[in-house]
Design a protein. Structure first.
Length: 212
């Protein structure tokens, strides 16, 4: 019995040592995944107003694609059609219902955003210039990383990133107004050569283009 107990303790210790924490999973994701695409569901929950018993929430669904460094695309299909494209120089936001496109310089807006955690850097050292990163333990079967922007004057408060192995499963985003956004990813296809034209955007004819 003593021998079996000792063997169990050894195996448990080895299992704990082998299990990578969230920072190691993030590093692996940054280094190994050069391009990818996945389906996503986003749930945005607003703080309860006076007199409200339940917080208001909105659910959106769509497709996410990225290619390092710095190129990504969100196609929101439901409930409202919207496209966000970063081509490496410009961040485009196309609101189909409003027939409006907003274009901003990517380097001005991407630095300390949740998207930067996924697509901008190729190492923890690079991300560390914009975020304070720390392992946040295990919960819900995922290894978590907590990221806080180093510049505290923006709207973003913190991001929690959940991994299962090297697979990104969830982003939990909190802003300074108390709004919470959770993106859940599924059906990842990694390093499959997402076409470069997916990250090129041409405003449709007749659509108003705004450059703040």
């Amino acid at each position: 019995m003593i021998k079996n107990l000792f063997l169990s303790l050894v195996l448990a210790t080895l299992a704990l040592a082998a299990r990578a924490d969230g920072l190691q999973q993030l590093e692996r994701f940054l280094q190994e995944v050069r391009s990818a695409q996945a389906d996503f569901t986003q749930v945005v929950t607003s703080p309860k107003r006076a007199g409200e018993s339940v917080a208001r929430s909105k659910t959106s669904r769509g497709r996410f694609e990225f290619q390092r460094p710095g190129r990504f695309r969100f196609d929101y299909a439901r409930p409202f059609e919207q496209t966000i494209v970063a081509d490496g120089e410009t961040l485009w936001l196309h609101d189909v219902d409003l027939e409006q496109v907003t274009a901003r310089r990517q380097q001005d807006v991407l630095g300390s955003t949740p998207a930067a955690l996924i697509v901008s850097g190729t190492s923890l050292r690079e991300l560390g210039t914009h975020f304070e990163l720390q392992a946040a333990g295990q919960a819900e079967g995922l290894e978590w990383v907590q990221a806080r922007p180093r510049q505290g004057d923006g709207q973003l408060q913190q991001v929690r990133v959940g991994f299962r192995g090297a697979e990104l499963v969830r982003l939990e985003i909190e802003d300074s107004l108390g709004q919470r956004s959770v993106l859940s990813f599924s059906g990842w296809q990694t390093n499959g050569g997402v076409p470069a034209e997916r990250f090129r955007f041409q405003p449709p004819p007749g659509v108003a283009v705004i450059r703040p």
